[in-house]
Structures are given as structure tokens and as C-alpha cells.
Ligand binder design. Structure first.
Ligand SMILES: Nc1nc2c(ncn2[C@@H]2O[C@H](COP(=O)(O)OP(=O)(O)OP(=O)(O)O)[C@@H](O)[C@H]2O)c(=O)[nH]1
Ligand SMILES: C[C@H](OP(=O)(O)O)C(=O)O
Length: 201
């Protein structure tokens, strides 16, 4: 069975949400998002392992405080899936789709050039996160001769990184992270631009 790693940084999570959430709120939201991702993976029939920078109460938890790319590569072996802990719109159905898609490497890109989830079945595949990691992962596949499939998914493509992502969670979320945001924020529309955002309730 595929091993599902869920990387999680305990200290100072979600710094890009600092314009709208204080440090304690970012910790709380981050933890809710992790719980929602773990629940979706479990409901899809897999046992997730949290790859955490510090000990957690989770039964299945690997602690590795090295940088993200180094830590993931240290625990990558065929066949491993890596699902980020900030995919708060994830559902069991989309996790099943990710894990059941064939290919040496299966990649679910995120907006902004990132890689929100992947499955590695090729022994020579390594991750290289940050920047345009989706493109870097495709390049790596070409270099090692690995077949690659891309998952085109709104839910896997939406990681909650910045204030602009919070309306997505309010509108499309169904888990505990969406409830947490819904208790504090509401969707608003900028009268000049017509774009949506969030404001405190
Ligand atoms: N194990 C581990 N996980 C990490 C590390 N950095 C980020 N993560 C996790 O990787 C996923 C993607 O993280 P990012 O969105 O790049 O960064 P973030 O730390 O969540 O947020 P920012 O501080 O705003 O960049 C999230 O699930 C993080 O918890 C790390 O150094 N080690
Ligand atoms: C981990 C990183 O996430 P982002 O910074 O794009 O959210 C990436 O996907 O390379």
C-alpha cells in the first residue's frame, strides 16, 4: 500500500497569513487544516504519516526538523505519496483519484507554480520544493525517464497560503478549518474591483 506522508511545520506556521491572522490563530488554523487532510486520507482508505518538524500527539508521526525538501527526500521510497497539510479543501474522493492515477510520478500542481500533492513510484525521483516546483518536478521526471501524470484538480490545487485563499475556504470548504474561518470571517466584495475577500465578523 502507498505510504502517504503529510509534511507539517509546527513552528511559525502559515506566515503569509500574518496580515489577517495573529500567530496563535495561524497555529490553530494550521492544525485544523492538518486534521482535515488526515481525515480525508483516512476516509480514502490510507494510513497517513505526519512528517513533522516537532513531536505531535498523532500515532503515526515521523519527526524530522530538516528543511522540507531534505526531510521529504529522506523518507521517499517507492511508493510514497506526499500531500501537503494546508490542502483544506481536500476530499476523500480527490485523494483516491490522486492515489489511483497510474504513472511513475503523479503530480497535483498548486497555484503559483507549486506542487501540492504527488505520488512517487520511480526509485530515482526526488522532490525539490519551493519556487516553480511543479516545473522542476516535471524536469526531474524527464531526466530520469519517469512517466508523469498531472492531476487537474481545483481542490488539490488550492492550498491555503495567503489571505486571498480564505474566501475559497469559506465558499468551498466542508471541514473543521472552514468552520474555524467561518466563526471569524465572512466573504466580502470590494465595491471598486468587484473582487472578493474576507472581513472579520
Ligand atoms: N516537515 C516539514 N514540513 C514543512 C516545512 N515547511 C513547510 N512545511 C509544510 O509543507 C506544506 C507547505 O508549506 P508552505 O505552504 O510552503 O509553507 P507554510 O510553512 O505552510 O507557510 P508560509 O510560512 O506562509 O510559507 C505545509 O503543510 C507545511 O506545514 C518544513 O520545513 N518541514
Ligand atoms: C512547498 C511549496 O509550497 P508553496 O510555497 O508553493 O505553497 C511547493 O509547492 O513547492
Amino acid at each position: 500500500m502507498t505510504r502517504v506522508l503529510v509534511p507539517y511545520r509546527v513552528a511559525e506556521p502559515k506566515t503569509r497569513l500574518a496580515p489577517v491572522l495573529d500567530a496563535n490563530e495561524r497555529r490553530e488554523l494550521s492544525r485544523h487544516m492538518l486534521d482535515d487532510v488526515l481525515s480525508a486520507v483516512r476516509a480514502a482508505g490510507y494510513d497517513p504519516t505526519v512528517l513533522s518538524t516537532a513531536p505531535l500527539s498523532e500515532k503515526e508521526c515521523l519527526v524530522d526538523d530538516r528543511p522540507l525538501t531534505t526531510a521529504v527526500n529522506a523518507h521517499l521510497r517507492p511508493e510514497t505519496a506526499v500531500v501537503m497539510a494546508d490542502l483544506a479543501l481536500t476530499t476523500p474522493a480527490v485523494i483516491s483519484r490522486l492515489l489511483e492515477t497510474p504513472g511513475d510520478v503523479v503530480v497535483a500542481p498548486g497555484r503559483g507554480g507549486g506542487t501540492n500533492a504527488l505520488v512517487a513510484r520511480h526509485p530515482d525521483f526526488r522532490v525539490d520544493y519551493h519556487g516553480a516546483s511543479y516545473r522542476d518536478h516535471l524536469d526531474r521526471c524527464e531526466t530520469i525517464g519517469a512517466s508523469v501524470r498531472t492531476i487537474d484538480s481545483y481542490r488539490l490545487g488550492t492550498d491555503i497560503d495567503e489571505p486571498v485563499d480564505l474566501p475559497e475556504l469559506l465558499i468551498h470548504g466542508t471541514g473543521t478549518a472552514a468552520d474555524w474561518v467561518d466563526d471569524r470571517f465572512t466573504v466580502c466584495t470590494d465595491t471598486e474591483t468587484g473582487r472578493i475577500g474576507v472581513e472579520r465578523v
